[in-house]
Write a protein that binds this ligand. Structure first.
Ligand code: GUN
Length: 310
């Protein structure tokens, strides 16, 4: 048998996000012709540095696509009741299509209660139990942005989902569980793994599509991957140990230079050396992460249309 020496295909999240944003901008223009401007309200509590960066990026993208936006910045000391009252106002406002409460929230705020208080039809994060239930029962739903982005990457890259063995490592409410449900809705055979899974490598080696959403740098190693599999790496982890840098990126001068300048490099949940034996993979950065904001924009336009019965 001839053994082909193929090079793994890089799935370019930035390019795919660009396509989606263009499509959203076109839809926004069509709505504008009917006098409708979709509007997203982002609530950012306190001063978490990473959250401030994400939120700025979300608001900026709204502006680029013609979506209206508003940022509300309550103080770090806000109570659950005050947040509930804020959400009730936003639910009632006719001009607001999407409500996003940036997480994490300060510990005195009851996050679950708050997310349940958002009107499901304005829940552009797709975190409300009603949307989770709609997703599970195959009804149209506002779906969580990161898993929705995973499906877009697979579809737009021509990777067959129906009939594939999809293995999701990680069972969070925000990524792992909804990703598993969306892959199932696309007719994959889905396995969900977690910290109590017995003999994880034997399960992941069965994956045609391997989704890594664990939150640990380089956790999925080469021995855990079937040659030719598609790897979707959801992780975004900072590595600030020189030995780890050299382990993950031997001889990579660009990575070494970035590390020397910033004191860290960003690594996904997959050991980058495992990408070499894959058929296709999402890089970190520039993979799944790039899609999340594009999907939020798509959800905002979708919410605007659905609320008007369009
Ligand atoms: N914090 C980190 N990621 C997210 C997200 O996707 N949505 C919200 N609301 N908060 C986040």
């Amino acid at each position: 048998m001839e053994i082909k020496n193929t090079v793994a295909k890089l799935l370019d999240g930035v390019a795919i996000a660009g396509e989606i944003k263009n499509e959203v901008a076109t839809q926004v223009k069509t709505l504008a012709a009917s006098g409708i401007t979709p509007k997203l309200v982002v609530v950012l509590v306190g001063h978490v540095a990473a959250s401030e960066i994400y939120v700025r990026s979300k608001v900026k993208t709204c502006g680029e696509l013609g979506i209206g936006s508003e940022m509300i910045t309550p103080p770090e000391t806000i109570t659950t009741d005050e947040m509930l009252s804020l959400v009730a106002d936003l639910n009632a406002r006719e001009d607001v299509d999407g409500i996003l409460i940036q997480l994490p929230l300060p510990k005195q705020v009851d996050t679950k209660r708050l997310l349940e208080a958002i009107a499901p039809d304005k829940d552009v994060d797709g975190f409300h139990p009603v949307n989770a239930g709609r997703l599970q029962t195959g009804q149209p739903a506002l779906a969580p942005c990161t898993p929705a982005g995973i499906i877009e990457i697979l579809k737009r890259s021509g990777i067959a989902i129906a009939g594939a063995n999809a293995v999701v490592v990680g069972r969070s409410d925000i990524v792992g569980k909804p990703a598993a449900m969306m892959l199932l809705n696309e007719s994959a055979t889905v396995t969900v793994c977690h910290s109590k899974t017995t003999d994880l490598p034997s399960v992941t080696r069965n994956a045609d599509i391997l989704v890594a959403a664990i939150g640990r740098a380089g956790f999925i190693t080469t021995e855990m991957v079937k040659p030719g599999a598609t790897i979707i790496d959801v992780g975004i982890n900072r590595v600030n140990d020189q030995a780890e840098l050299e382990k993950f990126f031997p001889g990579n001068t660009a990575r070494a230079e970035g590390f020397a300048k910033r004191g860290y490099t960003v690594v996904g949940d997959v050991d980058p050396r495992a990408f070499e034996i894959s058929g296709a993979y999402t890089p970190v950065p520039g993979g799944v992460g790039a899609l999340t904001i594009a999907m939020l924009m798509q959800n905002t336009v979708r919410a605007a249309k659905q609320r008007r019965g369009l």
